[in-house]
Design a protein around this ligand. Sequence first.
Ligand SMILES: C[S@@+](CC[C@H](N)C(=O)[O-])C[C@H]1O[C@@H](n2cnc3c(N)ncnc32)[C@H](O)[C@@H]1O
Length: 291
Amino acid sequence: MLYLIGLGLGDETDITVKGLEIVRRASRVYLESYTAILLVDVAVLEKYYGREVVVADREMVESASDDILNDAQNVDVAFLVVGDPFGATTHTDLVLRARSLSIPIKTIPNASIMSAIGSTGLQLYNFGQTISMVFFTDSWKPASFYDRVRENRNIGLHTLVLLDIKVKEQSVENIMRGRKIFEPPRYMTVGQCCSQMLEIEEIKKAEGEGGAYDEESLAVGAARVGGVSEKFVSGTLKQLCEADEALGGPLHSLVLLGRKTHELESDYVREFAVDTEVWDRIWKRDYEGKS
Ligand SMILES: C[S@@+](CC[C@H](N)C(=O)[O-])C[C@H]1O[C@@H](n2cnc3c(N)ncnc32)[C@H](O)[C@@H]1O
């Protein structure tokens, strides 16, 4: 059996009892290491589980899945995913490959950023489409997220923005020279995300297609949700460009508020405001009574 086991978002103790029992008896245990990170080291997981954990990078999962699935018709294999195995990551390829080999599959769910973001005080009912923000380069600034934000905002809904993670990246020079040297991992911050969103808004405005949001749109930045050092900071997109120090280390996510925000949601999120006077002024002007 192939078990896809969610680890939740915090530390080694967030695995469910059901998941832990499977990990302890499985023949092999893999940890998917490239779509999200847990807030503790693999060594801590290994000690807690009492098992060796093989770190599976993208290459191993996508190109060498035979190793992971080897003999899983007869023995139990645990594939650990940070958060929920089907929360913003699906590993469909691995599951389809297992199916094609007649390997039975079972999922053990856990908390995902898609649900834990509710601890900002924003109601999950009021969220629209989730988007992903990737790191821009000098020549590549993908703006496909923009229309989905506009659609959410047009019907008053919040937008959860998941931020890029780059692990095991190679520079073009190292690829050209055939050198297997990897860049240090990079995790997009709320500040980088807000700057990129405002950059795209400027481009759209110049093209006569702007207006999905602006510098004074209200948002909340969330860091290490579910961990002991979880942190939220709210403010305008412009203010959140400077919020990285207050938020601290990875992982970060952002929620852009929709105009149908309920007063209770605003009261809750306001507690994290960089500047409550600015928050109140913009809330009264642009959001209050719009639901
Ligand atoms: C591809 S999603 C992974 C989803 C994961 N399987 C889950 O269910 O939560 C990765 C992105 O989710 C967000 N994220 C994941 N865990 C987070 C956390 N604890 N706090 C804040 N953001 C988080 C970050 O933006 C990160 O880059």
